[in-house]
Design a protein around this ligand. Structure first.
Ligand code: SAM
Ligand code: SF4
Ligand code: SF4
Length: 342
């Protein structure tokens, strides 16, 4: 079937799909998984690679051009390279992964050979003590090795995602820029978001885009905005030194107006916004007699009705607090960032 374009109620096309392939994670980052124990999605409810591939083929026909694998920690899903190969064969413009990087060095060559086009590694601090405090696990070196391995494997400028939190790591912005430069990666500073899972979020912990830019300016000179952002979450800048970096200002300057991303959770629930309270169960459809046309029509219909602008609505609130309480998260794991896939 030829590729078409599917636009929502605000004329935003469906162009990108983030697929969370597991809700499990080996870390417990305080801003994402503050508890120790979680109620995991039952294994039999996770989509198989065949099911993910089938959905990916269908959304590609609806106009999706870019796919990002995420989690939980996507490298915990066994044989992930096989999934990458299946998706690469469908012919997306971009096939990326967001990972905490701890298992990346072991997988990166195979991922690249399988057709992965880009990698983003989450790294919030370069200090082992802080890493342990934030993630409640050891192993910063493994993440650093993972980033270096991605560069060595030939991924051009892997991205480093850093959530900037006041009083925790906001004194490492320059260190992160310099580390990224040294290893050949591109840093992206992310504003701390009040998403599900971030139960300790407070507005005073957010270091805004404006503040990050001011600090970088004072140290390195004026960061010049790069043109051609399109619908990308990151706004990119170039320093007088030539170094490039990005800022993802989801909290203080949301970009919902251009948002072309949908999310597929590991158990087949389809969400049209990071902040949506509910999603559509595609697994039941996949495991029924439904044809590809039926599934395509359903997804297209859901996207056409889409009016989401979750982060903009959060910004309009007079007083902001975490999206969901611990009790709400416990009763609906789909609200969790590690389930939804970031
Ligand atoms: N485990 C993988 C990782 O950490 O890269 C992939 C999943 S993680 C949920 C995806 C991204 O969401 C990470 O870059 C993480 O830093 C980001 N994230 C999680 N909670 C966040 C929050 N409260 N605010 C901003 N970013 C957050
Ligand atoms: Fe940290 Fe990613 Fe795991 Fe969340 S899913 S706890 S951000 S490593
Ligand atoms: Fe898109 Fe929702 Fe994020 Fe806004 S909050 S950018 S609509 S996913």
């Amino acid at each position: 079937m030829p590729r078409m374009s599917t636009s929502d109620a605000h004329s935003r096309p469906l162009r990108k799909l983030r697929i969370s392939i597991t809700d499990r994670c080996n870390l417990r980052c305080a801003y994402c998984m503050p508890a120790e124990e979680y109620r995991w999605l039952p294994k039999q409810e996770l989509l198989s690679f065949e099911e993910i591939e089938r959905l990916a083929r269908i959304v590609r026909e609806l106009g999706v051009r870019e796919v990002r694998l995420t989690g939980g920690e996507p490298l915990l899903r066994r044989d992930v390279e096989e999934l990458v190969m299946r998706l690469a064969n469908l012919g997306f413009d971009k096939l990326a992964m967001t990972t905490n990087g701890m298992f990346l060095a072991d997988h990166v060559d195979e991922l690249r050979a399988a057709g992965m086009t880009s990698v983003t590694v989450s790294l919030d601090t370069l200090r082992p003590g802080r890493f342990e405090r934030l993630t409640r696990r050891t192993g910063l070196d493994r993440t650093l090795d993972g980033i270096r391995a991605a560069v060595a494997a030939g991924f051009e400028r892997p991205k480093i995602n850093t959530v900037v939190m006041r009083g925790f790591n906001d004194d490492e912005i320059f260190d992160m820029l310099e580390f990224a430069h040294e290893v050949g990666a591109e840093p992206r500073f992310i504003e701390y978001m009040d998403v599900g899972g971030a139960t300790d979020w407070s507005a005073s912990d957010v270091v805004s885009r404006r503040e990050i830019l001011e600090r970088v300016h004072a140290r390195y000179g004026t960061p010049e905005p790069l043109v051609g952002r399109g619908a990308a979450p990151a706004e990119r800048f170039e320093l007088p030194t030539g170094q490039r970096f990005g800022i993802i200002a989801s909290t203080t300057m949301p970009f919902c107006g251009a948002c072309d991303r949908a999310r597929l959770v590991a158990d087949g629930r389809f969400f049209t916004c990071l902040y949506s309270r509910s999603g559509v169960d595609l697994r039941s459809l996949l495991r029924s007699e439904a044809t590809d046309d039926d599934i395509r029509d359903l997804i297209a219909g859901v996207w056409r009705e889409r009016t989401d602008r979750g982060a903009e609505k959060r910004l309009e609130l007079a007083a902001r607090s975490p999206l969901a309480s611990r009790a709400e998260l416990a009763s609906d794991p789909h609200l969790e960032m590690h389930t939804r896939g970031g």
